[in-house]
Design a protein around this ligand. Structure first.
Ligand SMILES: C[S@@+](CC[C@H](N)C(=O)[O-])C[C@H]1O[C@@H](n2cnc3c(N)ncnc32)[C@H](O)[C@@H]1O
Length: 268
């Protein structure tokens, strides 16, 4: 409760603390165990619908399915794409292989994550990674056909600056593929901010139940990762960070009164 009050009045503290957690994570030798850092997606209400994956991707099924869900609605042929907050690059690499855009540039605030991506995906043609800030993108106007953003904008202190840059760097007709979560009471403001971006809303979907189900199905893997890599003294904090219930990581995962949405917007 105190945290919520503090973060509500001083959003920069939360952003700073979260960046600290990401920087800490990137000091650990996570290697190929952690290529994604999102809560995941499963199309549970459509029955057994799952996407076919290569055996080495199976361990990352749920976070990878979130990227698939976000990317599947547009034509990627010859697209020059930018992902803002590409993390450890698993989503960028998956989209490059699955949807085959002409090029895909990942940008992240974490220098260590960018270093990891440059080494780990160094033989994938057209896939590049740059250090950068979502609120101060340095790319030229009208330079991308697609901008992707997955579970990251909640950490940006000035979200409207990010939206201005997305609009600026998109080419006319370009798509903004976007998914993230917000506290329930912030969802209406969030939708209004998106409306003010000046892009055309093509699709929007509340995927909270899909994400919750994925978190449940992926819980053992997440818990195992925290137990394996995070020192005992910090584990409680990182269970929370990984979407596990802090005091009882085996309990059902929770999103703490938050809603997870997915949007497709287009620059007209
Ligand atoms: C939850 S992770 C998601 C990473 C990736 N999209 C994925 O799904 O695996 C959030 C990412 O946002 C990045 N980030 C936070 N603030 C940022 C900023 N201002 N500019 C660029 N990246 C930022 C963090 O470094 C982290 O890699």
């Amino acid at each position: 409760m105190l945290n919520k009050l503090l973060f509500h009045h001083f959003p920069n503290i939360k952003s700073w603390l979260t960046r600290l957690q990401y920087e800490f994570l990137s000091t650990l030798n996570l290697k190929k165990d952690v290529l994604f850092m999102n809560f995941g997606y499963t199309a549970h209400q459509q029955g057994n619908e799952t996407i076919p994956l290569d055996p080495e991707d199976e361990i990352h099924r749920y976070p990878l399915q979130l990227y698939h869900h976000v990317a599947k609605d547009i034509d990627w042929e010859n697209a020059e794409a930018l992902e803002v907050s590409s993390g450890r690059g698993g989503g960028a690499h998956f989209i490059m292989r699955q949807f085959k855009p002409k090029s895909y540039t990942g940008v992240d605030f974490s220098t260590r994550a960018i270093e990891f991506c440059r080494q780990h995906y160094n033989n994938v043609e057209g896939l590049k990674f740059h250090h950068g800030n979502a609120e101060a993108l340095t790319f030229a106007d009208n330079s991308f056909d697609v901008v992707v953003n997955v579970e990251a904008s909640l950490y940006y202190p000035n979200i409207t600056k990010f939206y201005e840059h997305v609009r600026r760097v998109l080419k006319p007709d370009g798509y903004f593929l976007y998914t993230d979560l917000r506290y329930e009471e912030k969802v209406a403001i969030w939708h209004a901010q998106l409306k003010n971006m000046g892009l055309k809303l093509i699709k929007e979907e509340d995927i909270t139940n899909n994400v919750l189900k994925a978190m449940e199905l992926d819980r053992e893997r997440r818990k195992h990762l925290v137990d394996k890599y995070v020192p005992a003294i910090l584990r409680k904090q990182f269970y929370h960070f990984a979407g596990l219930t802090p005091n009882s990581p085996n309990a059902r995962p929770h999103l703490e009164n938050r809603r997870y949405w997915y949007f497709v917007l287009q620059k007209t």
